[in-house]
Design a protein around this ligand. Sequence first.
Ligand code: FES
Ligand code: FES
Length: 205
Amino acid sequence: MSGPHDRQSIEITRRQVLEAGTIVTMSGMLPVAAEAQTSSSQLPPENGSTVQVSFQINGQPSTLEIDARASLLDMLRERLGLVGAKKGCDHGQCGACTVHIDGRRVASCLTVAAKVDGRKVTTIEGIGSADALHPMQQAFIDHDALQCGYCTPGQIMAAIACVKEGHASTPEDIREYMSGNICRCGAYVGIVASIEQAAPQIERG
Ligand code: FES
Ligand code: FES
């Protein structure tokens, strides 16, 4: 028969797993991204019409020859190895692919990669490190604001933008301006609480 101690140990174990998963995800992605940035110019262009794009990705300069029709999401995932942004619907309806261009959130599945020429792109891999999580990442851990985690990178990128846009002053505002990010696991209560926690820190800069 399970008692309160068993419940507690299950919850602690889950929290530890979430923390470990976040850190492993962060630490696992950063070297891949760094390697991809140094070697990306050596990758062969894709078939069809190509175009050269030069941009900043997570603070690092990058130049790629890409398929002129490629989406930003595909370029990030398949050419740069930055797989934090997820392909949920590929139709602009779920928010799993959210990244920032020049500090503004976009659905990268609907953004033509060629349009980032001369611009600054930031993905989930570029906002914190395993040793120093971004306040929004820490808040998601603190509030258990994820279950499967598939939507989480997009939720966090959208949440940071939501705060910077000035739309995080009330829970109602947060729900309204985060409504483009779907969570199939229904972690919305934790997501709203996370944004409320992290907002003051982000606003202070
Ligand atoms: S994958 Fe881009 S909005 Fe769903
Ligand atoms: S945590 Fe599973 S989809 Fe959001």
